[in-house]
Ligand binder design. Structure first.
Ligand code: ZN
Length: 179
């Protein structure tokens, strides 16, 4: 088994390579890896650096959904818990977007504690990316729509980490005042 530092470092390296060339939606053409770094850092802060597997899983949380990466591959390199966490936060991409969103709301309370924390951090990062100066009508509509959905998902995820819950609430407040 890899040491804690090696585990996180290997996860960051694999995530950066697998998502290379991908960009986030929205303004600025931010590299996708910025999102992964933000989610991993939020989890590191929220758990005071005590859960390396959770931080590694955060780096990898979109690899199965968005890149050619499998559960088996992750399990071999990072162990079963990391692989299982990534699978838990992976949407079924064969379903239409509205159904994937609906399932996230319904499924959230049944997820493992670690997967629920990744979900909250993911939503924080995605809301932050939608807060832009002088938003146009499409950007405002997108933020309003995303906020409404993210709050429903996070309602089923919160309650186990006060730091992350507070950061989510602060992010929602910042988003509302930016509208
Ligand atoms: Zn994500």
């Amino acid at each position: 088994m890899l040491s804690a530092l090696r585990l996180v470092s290997e996860a960051a390296d694999l995530a950066a390579r697998r998502h290379s060339g991908q960009q986030r939606k929205g303004r600025g053409n931010e590299p996708y890896v910025n999102h992964l770094a933000e989610v991993a850092n939020l989890l590191s802060i929220a758990t005071e650096g005590k859960d390396a597997e959770l931080v590694a899983a955060s780096w990898l949380h979109d690899t199965i959904e968005d890149t050619e990466t499998t559960h088996q591959e992750l399990a071999r390199t990072f162990g079963e818990r990391v692989a299982a966490l990534v699978v838990e936060v992976t949407d079924d991409m064969t379903l239409p977007k509205h159904e994937r969103r609906r399932r996230q709301i319904i499924d959230a309370p049944q997820k493992s504690p670690g997967a629920r924390l990744i979900k909250i951090a993911d939503k924080i990062s995605n809301i932050r990316a939608r807060i832009v100066p002088q938003p146009n009508q499409d950007e405002r509509d997108d933020l309003i729509d995303y906020l409404a959905w993210a709050e429903k998902v996070v309602a089923g995820c919160r309650g186990s980490n006060a730091v992350l819950d507070r950061m989510f609430d602060e992010t929602v407040r910042a988003a509302r005042s930016a509208l």
